[in-house]
Design a protein around this ligand. Structure first.
Ligand SMILES: [Zn+2]
Length: 342
């Protein structure tokens, strides 16, 4: 049986209480761990499949780690009971492709993305706590950001605690399909930790998400997501991601979560949520100039200059839509031999 200090299955754990992110305790339940108790942030099946073990990632303090260096402490119970079954489920779906990934329920995808997001976040937070570190963008010093991480973690506990979300999904999650004939990047991952935006590409499936918005961005981007339900050129996928990341950036609310007390004999805990939008708007105003920066970043691979992106300051460059608002068909980029179609 588990150690006496272990939480029971229905008790929430809060590592932000005391900022307990170190290697001494399980990331999910807080049980004391030994150095041998860990799970990789990017699961072994992912690292093997995409050859990631020694590939490098640059962290916010500009230090370099490899994918295999990214690991979080995890007790044997949480590893075998919660983390590994989740990975097995997603691995099976990923092996079958986009449709199988889409058919996973939102909670499964949310927990899977959440585990990677949180693993990277913890690495960054621990780096910041090192006495010699000089982070470019300190995450731990911003109270609002910490509140957001904490809110995220409350829902993310659903990986261990049997939680049912009452009429909401904690996150916005989009699964896009890349046109395989225009694609040469089997794996890609990026994130914006401060806004909890996270994106990962598995062959021709791109999963992109904001992990703490209660589906608000998904709601706001309903039409764009519908229109993007077709094989897209990678430059179009990048634009879609820029929209999600920018929306996460201007999101102005942090949901509150309230686990209800468990009824006698109940096998799960119901989670309620409330968004206090009385004090302001749900989104800060959309500013095209700032959105243009987000496009510039996402389109880095294609070297599209800002001047071209912002040629019409009222309507930044789009590959998803024509100027008249119709979905744009793009078979290749740059569009050689097609004249200057716009
Ligand atoms: Zn544990």
């Amino acid at each position: 049986m588990s150690a006496s200090s272990a939480l029971d299955d229905f008790t929430f754990y809060d590592p932000f209480d005391g900022m307990r992110f170190g290697p001494e305790q399980c990331f999910l339940c807080g049980t004391p761990t030994t150095p041998a108790d860990f799970v990789p942030v990017f699961a072994n099946w992912l690292m093997s499949r995409y050859n990631l073990h020694s590939r490098q990632i640059k962290l916010l303090d500009l230090s370099i780690v490899t994918y295999q260096d990214l690991r979080i402490p995890c007790c044997p119970r949480c590893r075998t009971k919660h983390v590994e079954p989740l990975e097995t489920q997603v691995e099976a779906a990923a092996g079958k492709g986009v449709e199988a990934l889409r058919s996973l329920d939102d909670k499964t995808l949310y927990l899977w993305l959440g585990k990677m997001f949180y693993g990277v976040l913890v690495k960054e937070l621990l780096n910041e706590l090192e006495p010699l570190a000089v982070p470019q963008y300190p995450l731990a010093e911003n109270a609002r950001m910490l509140r957001r991480f904490q809110a995220f973690f409350q829902c993310f506990q659903a990986l261990r605690v049997p939680v049912e979300f009452e009429d909401f999904t904690p996150a916005s999650i989009f699964v896009l399909e890349v046109d395989a004939t225009q694609d040469d990047m089997p794996f890609e991952y990026d994130d914006d930790l401060s806004t909890l935006a996270f994106s990962i590409k598995l062959d021709n499936a791109v999963i992109t998400a904001c992990l703490v918005d209660n589906g608000i961005i998904q709601q706001a981007m309903r039409r764009v997501y519908q229109d993007a339900n077709r094989p897209l050129h990678p430059v179009q996928v990048a634009e879609f991601k820029a929209r999600v990341y920018y929306a996460a950036y201007i999101l102005n609310v942090v949901p509150d979560y309230f686990p209800r007390s468990r009824k006698p004999g109940a096998t799960h805990i119901e989670m309620d949520t409330l968004i206090d939008d009385i004090t302001g708007d749900i989104f800060n105003p959309w500013e095209n100039a700032a959105y243009g920066q987000s496009l510039l970043e996402m389109w880095k691979r294609w070297n599209i200059p800002l001047a071209e992106i912002m040629q019409d300051p009222e309507q930044p460059l789009s590959f998803l839509y024509e100027a008249d608002g119709e979905p744009r068909q793009l078979t290749r980029y740059p569009e050689e031999n097609q004249g200057n179609k716009k």
